[in-house]
Design a protein around this ligand. Structure first.
Ligand SMILES: CC(C)(COP(=O)(O)OP(=O)(O)OC[C@H]1O[C@@H](n2cnc3c(N)ncnc32)[C@H](O)[C@@H]1OP(=O)(O)O)[C@@H](O)C(=O)NCCC(=O)NCCS
Length: 188
């Protein structure tokens, strides 16, 4: 079970549950075809986002496998919504999960996604007690692959034409990080 106290603070960001006030700022990036090109949804409308915030993106804790927790990424100081990050809990028996991330274009290139995803990995390993966390990405998504590598994740697989996404077969890369590797890299 993972039940964080919000907001979760990193050096430059706050991670927090989404609210209705996030619909407009989210629309600015989740409606852009280029931004959602390699995520499993969208482009989204204002109504899509509002509906998801009250349903699947509204979860603030993980109580059982099969759930995902999506958090807004807010810039400290300005209060600007810069993106969102997600942690999925896949299996209790295998203690496995997955991270995902998306940023608004004007917030890319600052290290914000790395900072937010590092916190999600910390929650996954240190609080939820996961053993293995993966990132799954389209092999054309070079920025996402660089991010996974910055997070210390290992490229483990290239799955040719694994998914039918947005009217074409997509070749997926699997990156992974183990609890021991996380602890070794983050030892104080
Ligand atoms: C994937 C995505 C989140 C990566 O965003 P990003 O801005 O490149 O990643 P970060 O926020 O971690 O920033 C890292 C970049 O900023 C640079 N940077 C600048 N200051 C930095 C800092 N203080 N710390 C770390 N990196 C910094 C890094 O060099 C890096 O640039 P590079 O990849 O060109 O070398 C973004 O491209 C995105 O939202 N894409 C659309 C959604 C998507 O595809 N999501 C993933 C689906 S699998």
């Amino acid at each position: 079970m993972l039940s964080p106290t919000y907001p979760i603070r990193t050096a430059r960001l706050l991670l927090r549950p989404m609210t209705g006030d996030d619909v407009e700022p989210m629309l600015r990036y989740k409606s852009l075809p280029d931004v959602v090109r390699y995520v499993p949804y969208g482009p989204l409308s204002r109504e899509d986002i509002a509906e998801r915030i009250t349903t699947r993106w509204g979860r603030t804790e993980l109580t059982e496998p099969g759930q995902g927790m999506t958090l807004a990424i807010e810039e400290q100081g300005t209060g600007r919504l810069v993106g969102d990050v997600v942690l999925f809990w896949h299996s209790a028996e295998n203690r496995s999960g997955e991270v995902g991330y998306i940023l608004a274009p004007d917030a890319m290139g600052l290290g914000y996604a790395t900072e937010a995803a590092e916190m999600m990995l910390r929650l996954a390993f240190e609080e939820l007690g996961l053993h293995r966390v993966v990132a799954r990405l389209d092999e054309r998504n070079a920025a996402s692959a660089r991010l996974a590598e910055r997070l210390g994740m290992r490229r483990e697989a290239r799955m040719v034409d694994e998914e039918w996404c947005k009217d074409e077969w997509c070749t997926m890369l699997i990156y992974a990080l183990l609890e021991d590797e996380w602890r070794a890299a983050n030892a104080v």
